[in-house]
Design a protein around this ligand. Structure first.
Ligand code: UN1
Length: 510
């Protein structure tokens, strides 16, 4: 296995990125694939961070007056640059977040896709024309930029989630200040570098196209997230992470009447009914439950399978789980890479202990491939047969644990189990029965922001709005009309008559 340091060095050369020197301890750049430490990056103090937020605000003041299709031209160029650097950025994601090659590249593709989407959107930020009750009047809506958009992102999607927010925020006329996870600072630095280079080339070709400081990066710990939450210049904070983090920053933003988009914990379930195509279900379950080593917000964590097909499906899954390739994420054929760090491994073991105490039968979940490094935490994904949906299943554990329970009655019983947790991000049903599928998607069906039929819970396309209900936070990012969350709506009434009629027939003669 080539050393992570060599691979990091090679990728940085390809990106023409020189690492800034950290004074003091700085932020560690690790490689979960072998647990090695590659470099330390300088972290921002709160004074510096405040200055960067102010600089972003100044850039916004100029950017908001640039026509939206011209703002789209920046994002178009950024999408081109991402295409050019796809291989290097994908490898960086694999190195720093531990994703397998295909998923690292997939994440960069997700950035490219949202750029394309945002470019189209830059000519479609339109409001409505509304019939006025008054003669000679017209009403309409106009959408305006908001200001500085803060983005807090998590280690598991270290680049795509930032791009969902930034591509939309930029075409909508905002400036962006990004605080990435302290577990993936280098990937963030590389994306910011590619964007800065894109801006510099655009400005060299057409001077003054993009104001300096339109995109800022804050490297550091949770105190910087808190600064974004409390800073009066941050009009919108879009935060991805744990429910605990969201409860904290969401309350701080709300206390100053700022806006937030929260994408927090998921505890996603799939219902498998008697009519399901079990082979297709087994494949969908495997990708959703063990892909990204179980570290997606959309990871499948609960399987609710009808008792009549449970033995067959679970036996098939057990076979797949026992043989699935766990190992170096950069090696061909690997499907499950490492957990991000030891804390993730410890949390997984605690959850499995709790599951056993609640009557669960655990298979897998053990540490593997210690030959790859003492600090590298690889695990065999765990399949846990639970007697009931007990306490451990109410929490999101960010690891490849799939709890399986059975239902014996009708679909209502399964839907009640699926909805019976505090989180509401993603959900799925496997069925070949049209009525069951429609019941699942109806108002009294799944209570999640994402509800799928005959596909898994994870791997959403950027074209749809992404987010969930209840403790998932209620925010929507990415496609559909999520852009409206990044703008403010003004209602305009225009009088083109010579009279001054009042609404509701009110008379006020002066
Ligand atoms: C996340 O885990 O925070 O739908 C985002 C998916 C990806 C995004 C996940 N497109 O699984």
């Amino acid at each position: 296995m080539t050393s992570s340091a060599d691979r990091y060095t090679h990728v940085l050369q390809q990106l023409k990125l020189t690492l800034p020197k950290a004074s003091g301890a700085g932020l560690a750049v690790r490689a979960p694939r072998d647990g090695s430490h590659f470099a330390a990056l300088p972290a921002h103090g709160s004074g510096e961070a405040g200055a960067l937020i102010d600089a972003a605000y100044q850039a916004y003041v100029a950017w908001r007056d640039v026509p939206a299709p011209q703002r789209g031209e920046l994002v178009r160029r950024f999408g081109q640059a991402l295409r050019q650097h796809k291989a290097a950025l994908g490898e960086l994601v694999s190195l720093e977040a531990g994703k397998i090659t295909s998923e690292g590249l997939g994440e960069v593709q997700e950035m490219i896709d949202i750029c394309d989407f945002a470019v189209g959107l830059s000519r479609q930020l339109h409001g409505l024309t509304i019939a006025s009750e008054r003669p000679g009047h017209r009403m309409m809506e106009t959408w305006h930029p908001l200001g500085v958009v803060g983005v807090i992102s998590a280690f598991n999607f270290p680049v795509a989630v930032w791009a969902w927010n930034s591509a939309l925020a930029l075409v909508c006329g905002n400036a962006v200040v990004w605080k990435p996870s302290e577990k993936t600072p280098l990937t963030a630095l590389a994306c910011q570098h590619v964007l800065e280079q894109t801006i510099a080339a655009f400005n060299a070709e057409q001077p003054g196209s993009v104001p300096e400081g339109i995109s800022q990066l804050l490297l550091g710990g949770r105190e910087l997230g808190e600064l974004l939450a409390e800073h009066p210049r941050v009009a919108l904070l879009s935060a991805t992470g744990s429910t605990r983090m969201g409860r904290d920053v969401g309350a701080k933003v709300a206390a100053r009447f700022g806006r937030s988009i929260l994408e927090l914990g998921g505890n996603n379930a799939m219902i498998v009914t008697p009519s399901a195509d079990l082979e297709l279900a087994a494949r969908a379950i495997t990708f959703a439950a063990v892909g990204t080593a179980g570290q997606r917000c959309t990871t499948l964590r609960r399987l609710i399978v009808h008792a009549s097909v449970a033995e067959k499906l679970l036996a098939r899954l057990q076979g797949i789980y026992a043989s699935i390739a766990v190992g170096d994420p950069l090696a061909d054929g690997t499907l499950v890479g490492p957990l991000i760090d030891q804390d993730a491994f410890d949390a997984m073991q605690r959850a499995l202990d709790q599951a056993r105490a609640e009557g669960g039968q655990v298979s897998g979940g053990t540490r593997e491939r210690q030959d790859l490094g003492d600090g590298a935490y690889y695990v065999r994904p765990a399949l846990v047969r639970m007697p009931a949906q007990s306490a451990v299943m109410q929490h999101e554990t960010f690891a490849p644990i799939l709890y399986a329970i059975t239902y014996g009655g009708d679909l209502d019983e399964a839907i009640a189990l699926q909805n019976g947790v505090p989180q509401g991000l993603s959900s799925a049903i496997f069925t070949n029965d049209l009525r069951e599928a429609e019941r699942f998607l109806a108002a009294s069906g799944s209570d999640c922001g994402i509800a799928n039929v005959n596909i898994g819970t994870s791997g959403a396309e950027i074209g749809g709005a992404f987010g969930g209900e209840k403790e998932t936070g209620g925010g929507r990012e990415s496609g559909s009309d999520a852009w409206k969350g990044y703008m403010r709506r003004a209602t305009n009434t225009i009088n083109y008559s010579g009279a001054l009629p009042l609404a509701q027939g009110v008379r006020f003669d002066v």
